[in-house]
Design a protein around this ligand. Structure first.
Ligand SMILES: *[C@@H]1O[C@H](CO)[C@@H](O)[C@H](O)[C@H]1NC(C)=O
Ligand SMILES: *[C@@H]1O[C@H](CO)[C@@H](O)[C@H](O)[C@H]1NC(C)=O
Ligand SMILES: *[C@@H]1O[C@H](CO)[C@@H](O)[C@H](O)[C@H]1NC(C)=O
Length: 451
């Protein structure tokens, strides 16, 4: 009897704990570190760093473990990668793309998991400074800063790790600007509507005034926390190079961080610093020829728009209703669907809705059979069920079922055994979509707004 009671107390404690863990946080702190780890083969490039490169990589990894950064971007993580990962203990880490001449040297080590990780090669490189020896480029991922255990609510930030063309010859400056333009175009295509943090080795400095690469990122709506917090918001034109290790934080290096918010999450940098004195050998010698850079952010989920976790496969083109919906949350009142329209047959062809102001939000193709449901004035879309499956070796969405606050439903496609249900948080309802689609719907998350 006593024992049974003990068990039941333990069980309810566990359930309570699950209940606490189940809710996604709606605000928090988030820090990032970028470090060029000087991991080219020693025979090609000593980087002017004393000691043995394998030993130094192991030391760098042990500092990552010791200081527990939330998300780390490394560059030049080529031939000593195994030593770096052997001493690091981050839960989520990208697999190496290889040493020189196969890899891009880019990796992410994170406390948070992600979806849609990709490596993208630069279209342009400059022979002059040896940038064409190995396929350099950038990486992309959607990092889940917060995700409820049932995936009903989530907060994502898109991370870009970059290592642009090095050198100062005319060909390098041209290639570098082309690299940054390529990242900016990718962000425009794949991160529309999303918060973004770009951090890595830009090989560029504001004070090298003919080198416009980094300035063009500021012009496209990004904030550099170093400019913001260490330079009083003024982009420097006079050269003020950092020593290594740097003990001041106002000097300039080529390693940089850029960030922007979205209607779904606000990011605000609270600190920028060089982490140099934490990354030294026991006798005080440097571990890399680059100062590591650090920024700390406060994040908060949108007050007017939030989203669920993603479901489905990483295919099709990115779309987001967040910018359109954000334009309707201010003066004209709150967005509310008037009609839902889905198209489906053996799989899900498209999802769509019309807002009460007549705006239509539709994603996917035109095949399948259309089905619509008109919502009453006080009827809300509060729950969605999705099922996925494999078609031609690719994961796609096969089925959707919407349920309203009046207990009515609309379904399209064909249910499978692999499904998930997304319930709008109390006081919120589903007003749109983010995800990826082509002829059919590949990946989907739901956008919520307060009722
Ligand atoms: C520190 O140790 C490394 C290798 O163990 C050595 O190469 C370097 O010269 C030493 N630095 C100093 C300042 O003594
Ligand atoms: C990694 O190691 C640090 C320092 O020992 C520890 O605080 C942290 O919990 C560890 N992280 C993981 C994921 O094991
Ligand atoms: C939530 O989504 C993640 C992928 O983002 C997946 O691994 C996990 O199984 C999902 N959890 C549930 C309860 O569906």
């Amino acid at each position: 009897m006593k024992r049974a009671l003990g068990l039941s107390v333990a069980t309810s404690a566990a359930l309570l704990l699950d209940g606490v863990l189940a809710a996604a946080a709606t605000s928090g702190r988030f820090n990032v570190l970028a470090m060029n780890v000087a991991g080219l083969p020693a025979i090609l490039q000593g980087n002017g760093v004393p000691g043995d490169k394998a030993t130094n990589a192991g030391l760098i990894g042990s500092k990552f473990t010791q200081y527990g950064y939330d998300a780390i971007h490394v560059q030049e993580d080529f031939n000593y990668h195994a030593y770096l990962y052997a001493t690091d203990n981050h839960t989520y880490r990208t697999a190496t793309s290889g040493g020189v001449p196969f890899g891009d040297g880019l990796n992410t080590l994170s406390k948070y998991d992600w979806v849609n990780f990709r490596r993208i090669k630069w279209d342009q490189c400059s022979i002059g400074s040896g940038d064409c020896l190995t396929p350099k480029g950038f990486t992309f991922m959607r990092l889940a800063l917060s995700r409820s255990s049932d995936n009903t609510t989530a907060v994502y930030v898109d991370l870009y790790n970059i290592h642009t063309d090095a050198g100062v010859e005319a060909g390098d400056i041209t290639a570098r600007q082309a690299n940054i333009n390529q990242v900016a175009a990718y962000i425009a295509a794949w991160s529309t509507g999303n918060a973004v943090v770009v951090f890595g080795d830009t090989n560029s400095r504001y004070s090298r005034t003919d080198d416009t690469a980094v300035r063009s990122l500021l012009a496209s709506g990004f904030t550099d926390p170093w400019v913001q917090l260490q330079r009083g918001g003024v982009v420097p034109t006079a050269e003020n190079l950092c020593a290594n290790p740097s003990t001041v934080h106002t000097c300039e290096t080529v390693d940089k961080i850029f960030y922007r918010s979205s209607p779904l999450v606000t990011l605000s940098a609270t600190e920028f610093r060089y982490e140099s004195t934490r990354f030294l050998q026991a006798n005080g010698s440097i571990l890399s020829d680059h100062n590591p850079i650090y920024a700390d952010f406060i994040w908060s989920a949108g007050a007017s728009l939030r989203q669920s976790a993603f479901f489905g496969g990483d295919y099709g083109a990115w779309f987001s209703d967040a910018p359109t919906l954000a334009s309707k949350t201010s003066t004209t009142g709150k967005p509310k669907p008037a009609t839902l329209t889905f198209r489906g047959a053996s799989r899900l062809d498209s999802v769509g809705l019309m807002l009460t102001d007549g705006t239509t939000l539709t994603h996917g193709g035109t095949s399948g059979t259309a089905a619509s449901l008109a919502l009453g004035a006080s009827e809300y879309w509060v729950e969605a069920r999705l099922c996925k499956g494999e078609k031609d070796g690719k994961t796609r969405i096969f089925y959707i079922r919407a349920a309203t606050s009046s207990g009515r439903a609309l379904a399209a496609g064909t249910a499978t055994a692999s499904c998930a249900t997304f319930v709008a948080p109390g006081g919120w309802h589903i007003v749109g979509f983010v995800g990826q689609a082509g002829d059919e719907v590949d990946q989907l998350a739901f956008v919520y707004a307060p009722k």
